[in-house]
Design a protein around this ligand. Structure first.
Ligand code: FES
Length: 168
């Protein structure tokens, strides 16, 4: 009999998927008869799956008895919802004025070319999502980017790439 250390990555994926399905079921059972539950359900479903796939939107709509077109409408209206898979690491590169004049666009170009994606896109291996923001509120450290919750300032293109390469 195999012990837990020997669980293959395929088994881990299946376990993770099973765990997600259980959490979703719990969520839908909790809210299925609650009026006005759409936004909290979308938020929590996104937390479970990382994004709102068409299948997930259909499941939520049918369980809450809401037309899928309305669920799509809400999911596309609010920027907090993501309809595409997101990377494990979210990179936000500041393109505000202070960062722009100190080379923020060069940092962005270097990241785009290294990762092979544009702003708002995710790498094929789902490791990184690259985004731009107008100001991260750390103008004194310009040019600035954030990797997940970590602020990185006084960047050069080389320094930005080094930070990205150290992400696991
Ligand atoms: S303009 Fe980049 S942090 Fe403010």
């Amino acid at each position: 009999m195999r012990n837990l250390m020997e669980v293959s990555s395929l088994d881990k994926d299946l376990l993770q998927e099973k765990d997600r399905q259980l959490k979703l079921e719990e969520l839908l059972t909790k809210y299925q008869n609650t009026p006005g539950a759409l936004i909290p359900v979308l938020q929590q479903a996104q937390e479970i799956y990382g994004y709102l796939s068409p299948e997930l939107i259909r499941t939520i709509s049918s369980r809450l008895r809401i037309p899928a077109s309305r669920t799509y409408g809400v999911a596309t209206f609010y920027s907090q919802f993501h309809l595409q898979p997101r990377g494990r690491h979210i990179i936000k590169v500041c393109q505000g004025t202070a960062c722009h004049v100190r080379g923020g666009s060069k940092v962005m170009e270097a990241l785009k070319s290294y990762l092979g994606v544009g702003a708002g896109e995710t790498t094929a291996d789902l490791k990184f999502t690259l985004e731009t923001v107008a100001c991260l509120g750390a103008c004194g450290l310009a040019p600035v980017m954030m990797i997940n919750d970590q602020t990185e300032g006084q960047l050069t293109p080389a320094k930005a790439l080094q930070k990205i390469k150290s992400c696991d």
